[in-house]
Design a binder for this molecule. Structure first.
Ligand SMILES: Cc1cc2nc3c(=O)[nH]c(=O)nc-3n(C[C@H](O)[C@H](O)[C@H](O)COP(=O)(O)OP(=O)(O)OC[C@H]3O[C@@H](n4cnc5c(N)ncnc54)[C@H](O)[C@@H]3O)c2cc1C
Length: 228
């Protein structure tokens, strides 16, 4: 992943922060004038603090491009002292340095969105845009998390997608929850139409596994949309 040209980075103020669950934090940012992106895109982000300016990491914009503010939703990894550890302490009034928007995940037509954990972020922007455009019919979101406690923005997703919002858990171990990875059998059950688009985002193994199964079941390489 190439970093942004430091000279072209935009200094952007954090207007507010909020924990969406114990390990996921939302940042609301002042939007620079004329800043444009498409749903699914993100940018390299660094903290404008001594010792952190050259530590750039990719994050995805989750608010609508037309919104007055920018929004980032970040899964924190507090166990090692990386950028997301530091972001855990960042509050209102601090500043980020943003690179130019980039990303290969973009909306290409109706289909199924498969997200693993924080891999939901590009889909949030896309689904929110489709909702705004009253064009969500014919789309399904399948979101895999370790446990129910890892889910966030559950009510919003439920309101937008109703029965087309499906959650699955890999480590819940509670009766009543489906407790396993999405596998071939699930996809045979879930996917009725292999001519639709399949949007994949999450840990590399999650994306690779689903890609292989979908292709094997009849999806074409062209129908798969994922970060490259
Ligand atoms: C295009 C793109 C868009 C992205 N958008 C988002 C987004 O919107 N929201 C989001 O939350 N994430 C997003 N990510 C992922 C995000 O960039 C990473 O989580 C982030 O870079 C981690 O930075 P870090 O400095 O905290 O961790 P790094 O130091 O860079 O470590 C990277 C990885 O190490 C692993 N790790 C955790 N704990 C330990 C440990 N104790 N020891 C060793 N390794 C450990 C984690 O899996 C972590 O991902 C995106 C990634 C890409 C490529």
């Amino acid at each position: 992943m190439t970093g942004a040209d430091p000279a072209q980075r935009l200094r952007v103020e954090v207007l507010g922060t909020e924990f969406l669950n114990a390990g996921v934090k939302r940042f609301t940012l002042r939007k620079p004038k004329g800043f444009a992106f498409t749903p699914g895109q993100g940018c390299m982000v660094a903290l404008d603090q001594e010792g952190w300016r050259d530590q750039e990491r990719p994050f995805t914009f989750t608010a609508l491009p037309s919104a007055r503010r920018l929004e980032l939703i970040v899964k924190l990894y507090p166990d090692h002292h990386g950028v997301t550890w530091r972001l855990g302490t960042v509050g209102k009034g601090e500043h980020f340095l943003l690179g130019r928007p980039f990303g290969t995940i973009a909306y290409k037509g109706p289909g199924m969105f498969f997200a693993g954990g924080a891999g939901i972020t590009p889909f949030l922007a896309i689904l929110r845009q489709l909702h705004r455009d009253k064009a969500l019919k014919g789309h399904t979101l399948v979101w895999s998390n370790r446990t129910a406690a890892d889910v966030f923005l559950d009510a919003e997703l439920g309101r937008m997608l109703h029965k087309h919002y499906l959650k699955t858990f890999t480590r819940e171990n509670v009766i009543g929850f489906r407790d396993r990875r999405i596998d071939r059998e699930d996809l045979v059950d879930l996917v009725r139409d292999f001519s639709q688009r399949f949007y994949l985002c999450g840990p590399q193994a999650f994306v690779e596994d689903l890609k292989a199964i979908l292709l094997d079941l009849g999806a074409t390489a062209d129908s798969l949309v994922f970060e490259t």
